[in-house]
Design a protein around this ligand. Sequence first.
Ligand code: HEC
Length: 166
Amino acid sequence: MAGLYAVALWAQGRPATSEEMKRRDLTVFADGRGLPVGKGSAVQGQGIYKAQCAVCHNDRGEGREKQYPALVGGIGSLATDKPKKSVGSYWPYATTVWDYINRSMPFDHPRSLSVDEAYAVTAFVLHLNGIVGESQELNEKTLPLVEMPNRNGFVPDQRPDIKAKR
Ligand code: HEC
């Protein structure tokens, strides 16, 4: 991706500086590659959540019906006739949750969270789901070790022309 941005800036008349490249190059992989150095816990994330997330996702992540998705609940419900998808019940990797929040939330101010705020608020969302402890520190090394409840709920695509390896 970084290459594309370099071209875009070069078209404006100069090559991108490495600082500009770094700001735009934010790919984080499921195994944690690409996570920036930083840290945060649910205790630290609580205030950020209240100020910047609760207006849409509600006080405890229950969402607002037909408007904003729930971030909690439904663990164990996916194989029932009332499946409820949430961060807790559906997402297979905590790293991906971090990446999603970091690049796209708050919905109305994406990319406004600092790295530490993103770790802290991710920890809070995982804590609301009962996945991490209140004062458990998440950082670039511990986040990939968090076991999500639905980690093994995905199956490889069986179509012969799909070469995905898991
Ligand atoms: C202005 C409303 C708004 C605010 C504020 C907001 N969100 Fe969201 N959030 C959304 C909407 C809308 C979606 C669904 C986006 C989509 O599906 O494309 C979403 C989706 C999400 C998801 C993915 C849910 C899923 O399972 O698909 C997460 C995680 C999330 N938000 C976390 C946060 C966090 C953390 C904050 C605060 C830092 C935040 N959001 C602030 C509106 C908001």
